[in-house]
Design a protein around this ligand. Structure first.
Ligand SMILES: [Zn+2]
Length: 669
């Protein structure tokens, strides 16, 4: 099943999408609808998606382009052991469903045998340790989820930024977050019942006798793990996470798990110092390792072994797993085409090798130059705002400017490409390739522990439609794939770019100065460089913003979480503000031309709201509210209500639904 070309009507046209607006809606009542109403009404979420919108359109386009590059790699007859050959072989093996189906569960047999051979808690610890992967990230990509008992993230130490440390994060759940296990709402209760059926189905695939009863035991164990977990909001607070534990302390602080056996099996045999992100969870989970019957743990491990490998096991297993993770958990009705999953899998395994091919072909040098200039404008605008702040003490301003001066901004792709030398890709072995790629990533992370910190390292591949701030590194990555229409487009007036990618760049810059960034100094050390009075002012404005988002209620039983999304909401506000300034600066005092009856300021704000356009299915929206640090897109578009210029641009008056009195508009920066 090869991908066809992207239908022309889905390609973003240059300029504002006037036809997608709904000008019968008053901008002050619902700005998201005003900017996107007709598009929202006309657009159906594709059956294989749980969301659809500006970013997904770009993801689809990028996936098609990547698929084409991969197919060229397949045909290229590149030398064995070259990256291009590895890309081709990885994808081809993933796409060979006949071979995958013929093998059935055989590739998993050695794993299942090692689980069956567990006789005592030490062997249990060893198998749990062998499951550790470098699959979480507490600060940059903020990925707090791992299905393995714990997850590893190797990053700069927060007390000593000249060295890397191993960060350990809680894990062990098959559903996205503890709230799925503990919330008493009707929707969560229904999901839990379906999840138990799913566990039973996976156990049945591995020929476990009486799977329904055993699924009950596994579910109960996961529920107890979940109750030991820190909440998403607690995990998001870096001050809770920076806990240094010496290796010798684990036995006393988290008794129950044989830590020596665990670390040895995980490849951390020599490591002496760790950072434990959620200490209480480590204590609670370790207790369960000692107290829950060994047989229950073995069923738990069997379930997780099957569940983690569904992408590269026979389609019978994949279809059964999708029945839960698709319709129940995300709302998607249909599995994504195999080739799309193949692109994702190849990106996950060989992301920067694919990214190199992608940028050579699809990221012109002129766009890199243009993006760099825009970043420079945004940083300058942010600096001017810091100078003008009335509430901030001169000493704090000095530190803020010092931090701004050392920001390391990556545009498009990294200066040095990570190597995949040592990763073995075997044609015809999809399962083994996936396993080896995970272990390769783990070993690469572990190897960093002995090396100096590299501030030029990228944490997102160039073909990712996203951007990221690396708080401890004082760095940012703007991947090539987001530096395209509808965010960044050389064919249209610059004001539209400022409303879209400009606000995103400003967002990432401001993360260095949000409630979390304010805790890291210019060297990336976790230490608050604000005066107490400054920090108090900042927290007061933050609380206003928390209340603003807490009031957004997409469901009667579920509201947006103002505190959990605070850092991102501050970044949205600061980013939009800084980009507005940068757009004005770029005009050097001249007014932007009116286009299609919209003034420059109107175009700026509509472009912003259109960059957040999107639809989302209910289960996915609920999941996002519970687990994501970002507010749902429609509320991100409402950031405009804090900006005076928006009121002026659209004549928004008291009485309009989004109206805020000047004193209630949040001004952080
Ligand atoms: Zn952000």
């Amino acid at each position: 099943m090869a991908p066809g070309p992207l239908p022309a009507q889905q390609l973003p046209a240059p300029g504002l999408d006037r036809g997608g607006m709904d000008t019968t809606v008053a901008p002050g009542n619902d700005f998201f609808e005003y900017a996107n109403g007709t598009w929202l009404e006309r657009t159906e979420i594709p059956a294989d998606r749980s969301t659809y919108g500006a970013s997904v359109v770009l993801v689809e386009l990028t996936d098609r382009r990547v698929a084409e590059l991969i197919q060229n790699a397949v045909k290229s007859d590149a030398p064995a052991d070259s990256d291009v050959r590895k890309i081709g072989d990885y994808y081809t093996s993933f796409m060979d469903t006949a071979a995958i189906n013929a093998k059935g569960l055989a590739p998993l047999r050695p794993t299942l045998d090692s689980i069956a051979a567990i006789r005592d808690r030490k062997e249990l610890a060893r198998v749990l340790g062998a499951g550790l992967r470098a699959d979480v990230d507490a600060l940059n990509n903020t990925n707090f989820y791992t299905p393995n008992l714990f997850g590893l993230w190797v990053a700069q130490d927060l007390d000593d930024p000249t060295h890397y440390s191993p960060f350990l994060l809680q894990g062990g759940l098959g559903m996205p977050d503890r709230s799925y296990y503990v919330d008493s709402s009707a929707s969560m209760t229904a999901i839990r019942a379906k999840y138990q059926e799913h566990i039973a189905a996976m156990l049945a695939m591995a020929d476990v006798p009486d799977p329904a009863a055993k699924a009950g035991g596994v579910f109960e164990l996961e529920s107890r793990i979940a109750r030991a977990h820190a909440s998403r909001q607690e995990s998001g607070n870096v001050s809770n996470g920076n806990n240094h534990w010496a290796r010798g302390e684990f036995g006393a602080k988290a008794p129950g798990l044989d830590w020596e056996a665990y670390f040895d099996a995980a490849g951390l045999g020599k490591q002496q110092r760790f950072v434990v992100w959620q200490p209480a969870a480590f204590t609670g989970i370790s207790t369960l390792v000692a107290s829950v019957p060994l047989e229950t743990w073995k069923h738990y491990l069997v379930f997780h072994a099957v569940n983690a490998a569904v992408a590269v096991l026979s389609s019978t297993v994949g279809d059964k797993a999708f029945a839960f993770y698709g319709p129940v958990l995300s709302g998607a009705q249909q599995q994504r085409d195999r080739w799309k999953r193949g692109v994702s899998a190849t990106n996950a395994a060989l992301g920067f090798a694919v990214g190199k091919l992608y940028t050579e072909r699809f990221f012109p040098a002129a766009e890199k130059t243009r993006a760099k200039a825009m970043v420079a404008n945004l940083i300058a605008a942010f600096g001017r705002r810091i100078d003008r702040l009335e509430w901030m003490a001169p000493a704090t301003k000095k530190e803020a400017k010092a931090k701004l001066a050392v920001l390391k901004v990556g545009v498009g792709f990294p200066d040095t490409w990570p190597s995949y030398q040592g990763l073995e890709v075997v044609k015809g072995d999809a399962f083994g390739n996936a396993r080896r790629a995970e272990l390769f990533a783990l070993r690469r992370s572990l190897a960093k522990l002995d090396k100096p910190v590299d501030r030029a390292e990228w944490v997102m591949t160039p073909q990712t439609v996203n951007a990221v701030n690396l708080p401890a590194m004082n760095a940012m990555n703007f991947p090539a794939a987001i530096l395209q229409p509808p965010y960044f487009d050389s064919r249209r007036p610059a004001v539209l770019d400022y409303g879209a990618i400009g606000a995103i760049i400003g967002h990432e810059v401001s993360h260095s100065f949000d409630n979390q960034g304010a805790l890291f100094d210019a060297r990336g050390r976790l230490h608050n460089w604000w005066t107490p009075a400054d920090f108090k002012h900042f927290e007061r404005s933050s609380q206003q913003l928390v209340r603003q988002y807490d009031a957004y209620r997409p469901f009667p039983d579920l509201a947006v979480k103002g505190q959990q999304t605070l850092g991102e909401n501050i970044a949205d506000l600061a980013g939009l503000t800084a980009s507005y300034d940068a757009y004005k600066l770029s005009l050097g005092g001249k007014a932007a031309p009116t286009v299609d009856g919209l003034t420059g300021d109107q175009q700026f704000f509509v472009s912003f709201a259109q960059s957040w356009r999107g639809k989302i299915r209910e289960p996915a929206l609920r999941n996002r509210i519970l687990t994501d640090g970002h507010a749902p897109p429609q509320y991100r578009a409402s950031t405009v209500r804090n900006i005076d210029a928006w009121y002026k641009a659209f004549g928004v008056k008291p009485g309009a639904a989004l109206y805020l009195a000047p004193a209630d508009r949040v001004r952080v920066w």
